[in-house]
Write a protein that binds this ligand. Structure first.
Ligand code: GCB
Ligand code: CA
Length: 875
């Protein structure tokens, strides 16, 4: 029992009055947090051990969404509390402003409920003036609940619904007269630029404010436009007869000449300060970003910014990070946008929900155009209350982020028919109708709220969008397309889009998602879809980017995803993680990232795209051939590249489609690969290479084989490389018959292999094999065998408890090593349970020149093996 008085633990938050009416201070530090329901809410009793001290931003799912051996993560209530000292007098009003808490939040101050908010991705503000004690401590308690709630989108999605107060919380003190604090969490003022030409602009500011005194009175609304450097370029005012209560205003600037337009290339950002002036006293003041730009979508020629065509190329982004869940600092958010900017991108889709104010701010400052959307993903429910919540989410998003010049598109649905295939037939029609109706309502709201932006919807490759007519509702059709990954072949993407364009020649199209998974532990020169090799990801993006750039009618495209992100229910090579990122979960760029750099940036880019594969081992492709022959790929926007291996030039080559490939034979040990281009551009990587002999009698220490796979797999902790599988030929080694396991046309089982982290090694398997032969010299060997049974076929995206134990007897086989029975009647399902790995070592003495045989003899079903490793231990 830790009996600490919370008053002692509380940091003082001084709310000193500022000169200009409003004072804003965060209250992020030293909250007490309790996961679960609490019995003694509103009491100042000593806290029990179940409470711990945390700082905001905070999520309680930072750990349980990773490979912790249990499916699911905590979804339920959590309580936060903190005592805050609030100073001031009766002339002040007080508000709590939450930038976001997932997903249902109830706030109490001094035991009284001050408000409730649903939806995990937008800000909300509650007034607390009437319940606080001034110049005293006030107990703030916040209950947050991330339980599934069929009335609150998202109902399901391929990302983790982290619970907690995961963004900043602010205490806002205002004068009695202040800009609206009850306008859907927004600033209360809305800026547009009705006129924008190359260097002129006109600014309009609309808004509402509260005026407190009983008698009406003339106030002045004063607006000032300043540059980033703080130079004032315009000041305009309006007199307004304010009545007690709510007042609205609308004021226009004079036509400003010599403004500099905002664009990704030159994000000239201005600031607009609006003041409420009463007898020379500033009652309230707000500063908002301001940018002068015009834009439009054209069905034939794509996107135009400031009158010039601009292909939008960028990525989607989620808001979580390894170790932190979704509780990211402003700096972290900004760093992610910088990563995107450094890639050369000019576009971001904030999928699948409104993101932190720091993200929008960074987009404004860095020059990244934004598609933002509300979290309606996969499906809806038919309840009116669900629809109401969806409407409010849209209003919140638009009003809160209205003033950011970076925003060009508002979205309100993502793959909303995704879950349709699971609906019973008799429900399909009603569901479809209701989805269309809701889309129409949301479309109307978005257009009325903000006629200056376009609306968009992200659809997937599913005919119902067309059949139901929902595809004609938004102004821009967004497409999430995964040709060559989930279905079809890479080139089918372009064909799909050409058909769309031909069929709907008046419709602007944008690619809202396209991507392929990659795990840097997997590498292959024969990469194929769904093997999760870094090489396949490169092939995928090379193909898509080319097809996108070749088609002017495609206004833009956003890679899925900028960064690997948490999806607790997903099981791929990296369970619980969606690894389609161009950067890893800790933000290291994968090789495909550099393709975009080369294609998008204007400064010289020369990058060896082999950075994810710096430790290699390989055997010769055939007897009498040399191991270590690799195509070394370079991404560049230069015309010509020279490559040097350990200082020796291998010649120059011309680049095509932003790339050049050199055939290089790596030498045993460290290889320095250097590339050079015009204007002293250069890059290098060091690749260590360890060859394996074709003929094992030439001597070797360790031979580790990734059975049933074309990929080399590197164990993260040990660095041990498991080489791609190989068939036996005399004088060498390899498998005897069998084939790689495919499930639904995709290689490997893609099940979560429990208790270990080397999932990909176990997920790929050779089935139906008679065994492996190794033509080794006599001596002592350690033979290590790795197995797992892939049954059941797949449980992806299925919630709930573990599947029940299986009695086995589906697949039973004997394993012998040099005729010695080492695993008799192996029944993995029965003895291990599915998805639990079996990894054992056997010490074997090879006495003669006949080498070493690992033999699988089936009693029932097909034999199976995931990995096999041979270590020479001496004679
Ligand atoms: C989609 C979804 C996105 C998923 C992605 C994927 O189409 O919109 O939420 O994460 O596919 O990786 O499958
Ligand atoms: Ca695992």
């Amino acid at each position: 029992m830790r009996a600490i008085c919370i008053l002692i633990f509380t940091l003082f938050t001084f709310a000193v009055s500022s000169q200009n009416g409003r004072f804003v201070s965060s209250i992020n530090s030293s909250w007490e947090f309790h996961r679960g329901e609490v019995a003694n809410a509103h009491s100042t009793d000593p806290l029990t051990d179940a409470w711990k001290v945390i700082n905001l931003p905070h999520s309680w799912n930072d750990k349980d969404v990773t490979a912790d051996g249990e499916r699911g993560y905590y979804r339920g209530p959590g309580w936060y509390r903190k005592s805050v000292f609030i100073s001031g007098d009766n002339s002040k009003k007080y508000f709590l402003h939450f930038e976001g808490a997932n997903q249902k939040t109830t706030v109490y101050v001094n035991g009284q409920k001050v408000g409730e908010h649903v939806g995990g991705y937008s800000a909300f503000t509650f007034e607390i003036t009437s319940v606080i004690k001034r110049n005293s401590y006030n107990l703030i308690e916040v209950k947050v609940d991330n339980s599934h709630n069929s009335l609150i989108p998202p109902l399901s999605a391929d990302f983790t619904f982290f619970g907690g107060i995961y963004r900043d919380v602010f205490l806002v003190e205002t004068d009695h007269t202040h800009f609206a604090m009850d306008d859907f969490g927004s600033s209360g003022i809305f800026i547009t630029t009705p006129v924008v030409t190359e260097n002129t602009g006109l600014v309009q500011v609309k808004g509402t404010f509260m005026y407190a005194p009983e008698k009406s009175k003339n106030l002045r609304i004063r607006s000032t436009i300043t540059t980033k450097e703080g130079r004032e370029i315009s000041r305009f005012e309006q007199k307004l007869n304010a009545k007690a209560g709510k007042n609205s205003f609308s004021i226009k600037s004079p036509l400003l000449t010599s403004i500099e337009p905002w664009s990704p290339q030159k994000p000239n950002l201005y600031y607009l300060t609006v003041q409420l002036v009463d007898d020379g006293k500033v009652r309230d003041e707000l500063t908002q970003p301001l940018g002068f730009r015009s834009f439009s979508f054209d069905p034939v020629n794509g996107f135009f910014l400031n009158g010039k065509p601009l292909k939008l190329i960028g990525a989607n982004r989620h808001q979580d990070m390894y170790g932190a869940g979704n509780a990211l600092s402003d700096e972290r958010h900004r760093a992610d946008l910088q990563l995107l900017k450094d890639m050369g991108a000019n576009f971001i889709r904030l999928a699948h929900y409104p993101q932190d104010p720091a993200v929008l701010r960074a987009a404004d400052e860095l020059g990244i155009l934004v598609w933002e959307e509300t979290p309606l993903v996969n499906e809806i429910t038919l309840d009116e209350c669900h629809h109401k919540n969806s409407e409010v989410m849209l209003l919140e998003m638009i009003r809160q982020h209205y003033n950011h010049p970076s925003v060009i598109l508002w979205g309100y649905m993502n793959e909303i028919y995704w879950a349709h295939r699971f609906l019973p037939q008799e429900k399909v029609e009603a569901h479809t109708k209701e989805t269309v109706r809701l889309a129409k309502t949301l479309e109307k709201i978005a257009r009325e709220e903000d006629p200056t932006r376009y609306t968009a919807m992200a659809m997937h490759n599913y005919p119902l969008y067309e059949e139901s007519g929902i595809d004609s509702i938004p102004q821009v059709a967004g497409w999430n397309l995964y040709h060559g990954w989930y279905y079809d072949e890479l080139e089918d993407f372009g064909k799909f889009m050409d058909r769309q364009h031909a069929k709907y020649p008046n419709r602007p199209h944008i690619i809202s998602e396209y991507g392929a998974g990659a795990d840097n532990r997997l590498h292959s020169l024969q990469s194929e879809k769904f093997d999760f090799s870094a090489e396949f990801q490169k092939r995928f993006h090379e193909s898509f980017l080319k097809q996108i750039l070749e088609r002017p009618f495609i206004a833009g495209a956003a890679v899925w995803n900028l960064i690997d992100f948490s999806s607790e229910r997903r099981i791929d090579a990296t369970p619980h993680l969606n690894n389609k990122g161009l950067a890893t979960y800790d933000r290291t760029p994968k090789d495909a990232y550099y393709l975009y750099q080369a294609a998008l940036r204007k400064d010289p880019i020369l990058k060896i795209a082999e950075r994810g594969w710096t430790h290699r081992t390989d055997y010769p492709p055939a007897a009498n051939e040399t191991a270590g022959q690799y195509p070394i790929q370079v991404y560049t926007n230069l015309a010509e590249v020279e490559l040097l291996l350990n200082g020796q030039s291998l010649g120059k080559k011309k680049a095509e489609d932003y790339q050049v490939t050199f055939d290089v034979t790596l030498l045993p040990g460290q290889n320095t690969i250097e590339v050079r281009g015009e204007n002293h551009a250069m890059d290098f990587v060091t690749i260590s290479f360890q060859p394996l002999p074709w003929n094992l009698k030439e001597g070797f220490t360790v031979l580790a084989v990734n059975a049933g796979s074309n990929c080399d797999y590197t164990e993260e902790i040990s660095g041990q490389i498991w080489v791609k599988d190989k068939s036996y030929s005399k004088g060498s080694w390899g498998y005897l018959e069998g084939k790689p396991l495919y499930v639904a046309n995709k290689i490997g089982s893609k099940e979560d292999i429990l208790t270990i982290d080397d999932d990909p090694l176990y997920q790929t398997m050779r089935v139906g094999s008679r065994g492996y032969r190794f033509d080794v010299s006599p001596g002592r060997y350690e033979v290590e065998l790795l197995f797992t049974d892939p049954y059941p076929v797949s449980r992806r995206f299925v919630d709930g408890a573990e599947s029940p134990d299986h009695p086995g007897d589906l697949r039973v086989f004997d394993v012998l090593i040099n005729n010695r029975l080492v695993l008799p009647s192996l029944d993995l399902l029965k003895h291990q349970g599915y998805n639990y790995p079996l990894r054992e070592k056997f010490i074997i003495q090879v006495l003669d020149e006949n080498g070493l045989s690992v033999t699988f003899q089936s009693q029932k079903g097909e034999t199976i093996i995931s990995g096999i490793k041979l270590t020479y231990l001496g004679r």
